[in-house]
Ligand binder design. Structure first.
Ligand code: PEP
Length: 252
């Protein structure tokens, strides 16, 4: 039996104005049954930066924690358009998604930049959720394992072993994100095992699956040895679907 507590994270991406996000967060809280504090399982909502304050006002003092979708590694400075860890902490943020494939693909984030962000987040007391995953081409050419291991070891370079339990990894096959083509659970479990084997100490790190998760398929991932929860995109924009996912994770 794993000692790792379940984690379910809703990544709202570039959706919802502050007012819409506030309503969505209220709907999630209203539908969520009381969580057993002894379970220490966590539910996180990650709205866009512009809605963090509004969502914080709703989830503060609840079992739901606040997450951000990105951050810069610096504390402050001449980085127009960027947001730092102290700014996130000031808004009540506890988790930050780093290295999402959309950031890697559309904003050309490198493994080195992601590593700087991971170390900065940890040094400020934020909990990074680091996404790794192969593209369809990499899978088709047999590169899946090498790709996720390389991304994981680069992202965690220089991270103190004691900090490995303070972060989470998310296995998100790029071809499964937002496509409705989820990775078969047994294969996802195999790859998550590969990710876990990248470094000693990762046996205490939560690994989430992400990629077209729905209430209909999530239980099959949660049943996997290496899966400790989910990073949810599309289904997190529907309060009822997201709460169903949270309930499945908490019950598993
Ligand atoms: C994601 O964006 O991290 C994600 C997993 O999206 P979706 O659930 O929509 O595939």
């Amino acid at each position: 039996m794993s000692e790792r507590h379940r984690l379910v994270v809703g990544n709202w991406k570039m959706h919802e104005t502050a007012g819409q996000a506030e309503n969505l967060a209220r709907a999630v809280l209203a539908a969520l049954p009381p969580l057993d504090a002894r379970a220490h399982s966590e539910v996180v909502l990650a709205p866009p930066f512009t809605a963090l304050a509004a969502v914080h006002a709703v989830v503060a003092d609840s079992v739901v924690a606040l997450g951000a979708q990105n951050m810069h590694w610096g504390e402050s400075g001449a980085y127009t358009g960027e947001i730092s860890a102290p700014m996130l902490l000031d808004l009540g943020v506890r988790y930050v998604i780093l290295g999402h494939s959309e950031r890697r693909r559309y904003f050309h984030e490198s493994d080195e930049e992601i590593n700087r962000k991971v170390r900065a987040a940890l040094s400020h007391g934020l909990m990074p959720i680091v996404a790794v995953g192969e593209t369809a081409d990499e899978r088709d050419t047999g590169m899946t394992d090498a790709r996720v291991v390389a991304q994981t070891s680069a992202a965690l370079d220089g991270v103190e072993p004691a900090n490995l339990a303070r972060l989470a990894l998310a296995y998100e096959p790029v071809w499964a994100i937002g496509t409705g083509r989820n990775c078969p659970p047994a294969e996802a479990d195999r790859v998550m095992g590969c990710i876990r084997g990248t470094l000693p100490g990762l046996e205490h790190t939560r690994i989430l699956y992400g990629g077209s998760v729905t209430p209909a398929n999530f239980a099959s991932y949660l049943a996997c040895e290496n899966c400790d929860g989910g990073l949810i995109g599309g289904a997190s924009l529907d309060a009822n679907a997201f709460v169903q996912l949270a309930i499945l994770a908490l019950a598993a």
